[in-house]
Each structure stands twice: as structure tokens, then as C-alpha cells.
Design a protein around this ligand. Structure first.
Ligand code: ASP
Length: 339
């Protein structure tokens, strides 16, 4: 290995440079999954989404088809108030969705602040496949969806409207983006899946040919400012797929993920030899390094897979879970965390 290459590797890997994949796996709570295919997604609700993705993977179809099919499940579920139909609205009472998708050829598509369409992920896929662009936002994304056969719907369910009305009583029209639930208290969390008012499904998969794909979809921070866009639809932040190396996705406070271009960072760390778990941990530590005080009071979690079919996750706070499905496993795993 050239001296320059050695230098680059050691400067990127820092203190964990000496950890070999073998040692990492020995320390890891995750199984080394060598059988293809594999699908991994964020949070407990990822389990039912994984089942839908799995049905596609076992038919030997592409990972990108699987992740699209998978995340459509929570998008259509009105009881999931953080994704798609039934998502909690912004502070103006409008449900605005963010989503992106990426395949094994660096093709990607994204929609930001899309209203009135449940399956934001499928609109993102059409942006990828039918336009010369990568991102469509707001009204332009809606017009594109309607022109491509999507129907205009009301995404605000009675439950989410009620939660918004409750929020208005005390919010003073201020967006909230922390895990302390200043509005609700820890015991009265308004959303399923975690101690927070936000949760995204990010899903990454390896298909029977060993190719990768990923999808990420969310209604974003509840009661956010109208027009706010989080990490989830930003390629490199909420999702990144590099078919040579691996794929990563995130959930949590999007602003912090964007600052470190989190999912791309995780993939690059894997390129330089880190296991998925250690790459996720290093990315989380990058967030802490920027603002240690802030990092104590927010949640961010990353999950990643590599080309060997290994997976791993890491979060700032306890409570981040991932759902895994392979030929050998079908389970929800609690990610390790810094705090
Ligand atoms: N990352 C999402 C956002 O910032 C929210 C989440 O995943 O919890 O919009």
C-alpha cells in the first residue's frame, strides 16, 4: 500500500483504524449475515415493511423495487403518525412529506415538502426514472405526481388533526425539535415508535444478485415550520447507496444529520474499512463533536449494510431500533447508543 493511501486511511479511521472486521463482529450484537438477500430498516415498524420488501427480494427482483414496496406499508398506515397518510402536520396544519430513493447505479430521486399524496416514495421513484432531475419540491412535486396518475388526497387524519390542535394550545406557534417532549412530557408521547415527535422509515436492502438499494420516507418533524425539509429526502444525508461499498440511512433530528451529510459519511467510513456498526458510531460521534451539549438532548440513529451482507446501527440515545430480515433472521434489534 502506498504511503499516501496509508495516510488517508489512518486519518479517516482515527482511533478505530486497527479494528479489523473480524474483531468488530466479535464485539457486535449483530449477526454476520452472509446469505443474500437482506433488508434492514429503521424502528420497530420496519418489521412489517421488511416483510413486504422480502416478498419482492425472494422473487429475485431488484433491491430498489423491494425498498419501494417495503416503505409503502407505513406510508399507507394511518396509525403511523410519522410517515405518509396520517402523518402529523406542520405548524400550519399541513401534512408535508419528504422521501427519496436510490438504486445500484447511483440513480436517485427525491421529493420534498410534497402534499396530498400518500406514496411519496413512488413519486420520488418517478422523479428518478422519468425526469432529468433528482429533486422536485412542493407544488412542483405535487403537479408532477398528479400528471403521472396519482390522486389528490387529504392526508390529515382526525387523530393527527387532534394532536395538532392540542399542540396549538401550548406551542405558541413554535416548532419543536427535541426528544425531551417539552410539550407532552415523556409519558405522553404523541407518536408510536419512540420518545419523540418524529420517526422516519429508512430502508436499505441487498438483492439476490448482491446489488443494493435504499428508500427513506417521512412526514418529518411534527409541527415544523411550513416548508421545512429534513435530512430524509436529501441524498447523502438521510440515505446513500454506493453499490461498491454499502448503504446507509438515518432517523432523528434531520438538521444534525444534514450538517455531517450523515449517510454518505457512514458509507465512506465503510469504504475505508469500518464495519457497518462502527461506521454508524463514528458518524454519531461526529454529531457530538460539533455540539456536545446539543447532542445530549436529541436523537439521531444510523443504520447501514455493506456488500458482505453485514449490518449494524448506532444512535445518540437509547431507544433506536432496527428491523432486520434475511434468510436466517426476522427481528427487531435495539441499537447501541452513546448516551
Ligand atoms: N429525520 C426526520 C426529519 O428530520 C425525522 C426523523 O427521522 O425522526 O425530518
Amino acid at each position: 500500500m502506498s504511503t499516501r493511501r496509508k495516510f488517508l486511511q489512518s486519518s479517516v479511521l482515527g482511533s478505530v483504524a486497527v479494528i479489523t472486521d473480524k474483531k468488530v463482529l466479535a464485539q457486535s450484537q449483530y449477526k454476520n449475515v452472509t446469505d443474500q438477500p437482506l433488508v434492514v430498516s429503521t424502528w420497530d415498524f420496519g418489521k412489517t415493511a421488511n416483510a413486504a420488501a422480502w416478498d419482492v427480494l425472494i422473487k429475485k427482483r431488484r433491491a430498489v423495487d423491494a425498498v419501494e414496496a417495503g416503505v409503502r406499508i407505513p406510508e399507507a398506515d394511518p396509525t403511523n403518525q410519522t410517515i405518509g397518510y396520517g402523518g402529523l402536520p406542520d405548524r400550519d396544519g399541513r401534512v408535508t412529506l419528504d422521501a427519496c430513493i436510490m438504486d445500484e447505479y447511483y440513480n436517485c430521486g427525491s421529493v420534498m415538502a410534497l402534499e396530498h399524496v400518500t406514496h411519496a416514495i413512488s413519486v420520488a421513484r418517478l422523479v428518478m426514472e422519468k425526469t432529468p432531475h433528482i429533486v422536485l419540491a412542493g407544488d412542483g412535486a405535487l403537479q408532477f405526481a398528479l400528471a403521472n396518475g396519482f390522486k389528490k388526497e387529504n392526508l390529515l387524519t382526525a387523530e393527527s388533526k387532534k394532536a395538532w390542535e392540542e399542540w396549538q394550545k401550548t406551542s405558541k406557534y413554535e416548532p419543536v425539535m427535541n426528544i425531551e417532549n417539552k410539550l407532552y412530557g415523556k409519558d405522553k408521547d404523541p407518536t408510536p415508535g419512540g420518545p419523540d415527535n418524529h420517526d422516519t422509515i429508512g430502508m436499505i436492502a441487498m438483492d439476490a444478485k448482491g446489488n443494493l438499494g435504499g428508500a427513506c420516507t417521512t412526514s418529518g418533524m411534527a409541527f415544523k415550520m411550513h416548508g421545512r425539509v429534513g435530512d430524509s429526502p436529501i441524498i447523502g444525508a438521510g440515505l446513500y447507496v454506493d453499490n461498491e461499498v454499502g448503504a446507509a440511512t438515518s432517523s432523528g433530528v434531520g438538521e444534525e444529520v444534514i450538517r455531517v451529510v450523515g449517510s454518505h459519511l457512514v458509507v465512506e467510513l465503510m469504504r475505508h474499512g469500518l464495519s457497518p456498526e462502527n461506521a454508524c458510531k463514528e458518524a454519531v460521534q461526529r454529531i457530538i463533536k460539533r455540539n456536545p451539549e446539543k447532542a445530549k438532548n436529541i436523537q439521531v440513529g444510523f443504520v447501514a449494510i455493506n456488500k458482505k451482507g453485514q449490518y449494524g446501527a448506532y444512535a445518540l440515545q437509547k431507544g433506536f431500533t432496527i428491523a432486520v430480515k434475511s434468510g436466517e433472521e426476522d427481528k427487531v434489534v435495539a441499537a447501541k447508543s452513546i448516551y
